[in-house]
Each structure stands twice: as C-alpha cells, then as structure tokens.
Design a protein around this ligand. Structure first.
Ligand code: 6CS
Ligand code: FE
Length: 305
C-alpha cells in the first residue's frame, strides 16, 4: 500500500511544470558531512553542479580486465537472449547490458570497489545498495543516442524510488571524447524537478530502454535549464569516473566516430531510500532494472582478491 506522499509528481498533469528539489544533494549523518575519500572542495562541486569527474581513478590494467570480461559476457548465448540484454531499435547491435554486477564476479566486486563505494556513501550519508547496474555500449559508427532525461523521474514514477537520494557512478571503459557520444550534463539542473507529460504504458521499459518516449522533458523546460546552467561533456581517459546526481538532466548523442564509447554505470541508492510501489501506478519493473532485494554494499579492494 502506498503511504508516502508524492512530492515529485510526474506524468500526471497535462502541462509540464518545474518545481524545486526538496531533498539535499549531499546527505549528512549529522551536522557534519560523512567521512569519505572526497575533499570538501569536491563535495562542494558536486552540490553545486550535480556531478563530479575523477580522472583516471582506475588504471589501464584494471580497465583491460573489465573490457575483457565484457567481451566474454557478450559471447555468452544465455546473456545474449536474456531480457537484460537490450538491442538498438534499428539494428541488432547491443545497446545495454543490465544487471552486469549479477552476472559477472568481477563487476560484482567492482560495484563495491572501495574507491567508488565509499564516495557514494559519503555523498548519500548512509549505507548504499545497487539499485541498477549496466554497461552502455556505443560502438563506432553505430551507437545511438540517449535523449535528455532525469533518471530520478523514471525511477520515481516507474520504480517507486521515494527521494532524491541516489547517485550514478559511470566508469569510462574507453576514452570518451567530444566525438564519440560522451555523456552531456546540464550543470545545476539537479536542483529543479521537471514534471513530464504523458501517461506511462504498462511494460514501458521494453520500449524505453531502447528509445524513451514517456518521462521525456519538454523542450521549453530543457531550454530554461540550459539557459541557467549550460551544457558540459566531461570527457577523459578510460578509467576515469563520473559521479552524477540522480536528478541531473543528461543525455548523449549517437556515435558516428570510429571510436567506441563503452561506459559502465552503477547506481547507488541509500539503504534509507528503498523502493515502494511505483508512483505512476504501473507494475514494478523487473529486478534486473530496479532492485527490491537489497544487499548493502561492503567495500572491497576489487582487484586484489
Ligand atoms: O529506465 C531507466 O532506468 C534508465 N533509463 C535511462 C535513459 N537512463 C538511466 C536508466 O538506465
Ligand atoms: Fe540516464
């Protein structure tokens, strides 16, 4: 039974609305910030801009192990045929592989890697668990776009995530440059909530993970957010890490360059922000997209087992 008030209604009005965020960006256990690897300056940057880029946090040998693991997973027929393997709408190329931390021991350790997991705990001010993990593959010439969106809008409406107390961590597995479809972010947009128009169809995820059509912000709201914050594309070497807030507006273009863009994403949610019934009234999405069986992350040294 739904008991929590919906403070972020979306896909319910016939006109878009922009309202203010009603949650902190960095959550503290007490009046003092939670201890962790990020400096006060890095925390302040995340609060203000809604994202933080950490160049080459993982080294080349670590990145190679991760890429080799993805290549092996990609050859596995069971994985190829699983619902967690999402193909591009216009051709048979793999767009995303969801729940990668559940099918690979290495990625299972990676999401708990001390360098990233403790930063997530520091920002969210609590223990964390993995709400979602995936790799998004954008091979040279063929990778397609991800239109502008706030992840939280979808996770709230379709998954029942109550508050803005989750962050994404993207590990760049290939170099990201201005030409191969890097993630683009609207700095500061995480402080506003764009209520989108449209009623979510049942089993929307079967379509939306290939091309999203509901939970898409309107162009006037996007224009306003970009007028206020501009657009940045944090790019850098493979092994770099991008943390971004669950509500920051982001998207990426197709990759018509020859260079592949392969990025791994894991979403840390606070153990105090677990999922309830979806606010949009549809059936909950499957476990491989939105975890309800919670396993708190225990930090490890991923590559020294
Ligand atoms: O539906 C989702 O959960 C997701 N969709 C997008 C476009 N980004 C984040 C997440 O993977
Ligand atoms: Fe996203």
């Amino acid at each position: 039974m739904q008991v929590l008030e919906d403070i972020y209604p979306s896909r319910v009005y016939d006109q878009p609305r922009i309202t203010l965020r009603r949650d902190p960006v960095v959550w503290a256990e007490s009046s003092r910030a939670t201890a962790g690897p990020l400096s006060d300056q890095q925390i302040a940057e995340f609060v203000e801009r809604g994202h933080l880029f950490l160049p080459e946090l993982f080294d080349a040998a670590e990145v190679k192990l991760l890429l080799d693991d993805i290549t092996a997973l990609g050859k596995d027929r069971e994985i190829q045929q699983s619902p967690a393997c999402i193909y591009e709408p216009s051709h048979g190329i793999v767009r995303s592989l969801f729940n990668i931390h559940s099918v690979s021991d290495l990625f299972n350790r990676l999401v708990a890697d001390r360098r990233i997991a403790t930063a997530a705990m520091q920002i969210l001010g609590s223990g964390v668990y993995i709400h979602q993990s995936r790799v998004n593959l954008k091979p040279g010439f063929h990778g397609e776009q991800f239109y502008w969106h706030s992840d939280f809008e979808t996770w709230h409406v379709e998954d029942g995530m109550p508050r803005m107390r989750a962050i994404s961590c993207s590990i760049l597995l290939t170099d990201n440059n201005p030409f191969n479809g890097p993630l683009m972010i609207v700095p500061g947009s995480h402080t506003k909530f764009v209520s989108c128009v449209g009623k979510t169809p049942e089993e929307h995820y079967k379509q939306s993970l290939r091309k999203q059509e509901y939970g898409v912000p309107d162009t006037d709201s996007l224009t306003q957010l970009v007028k206020d914050g501009g657009i940045v594309a944090p790019v850098g070497k493979a092994g770099s890490v991008l943390f971004f807030d669950c509500n920051v507006m982001h998207g990426s273009s197709g990759n018509i360059s020859p260079w592949p863009r392969s990025n791994m994403f894991c979403v840390y949610n606070s153990v105090e922000n677990t999922l309830v019934e979806p606010y949009g009234g549809t059936a909950p999405r499957p476990e491989f997209i939105a975890a309800r069986r919670i396993k708190p992350v225990v930090p490890v040294d991923c590559f020294h087992s």
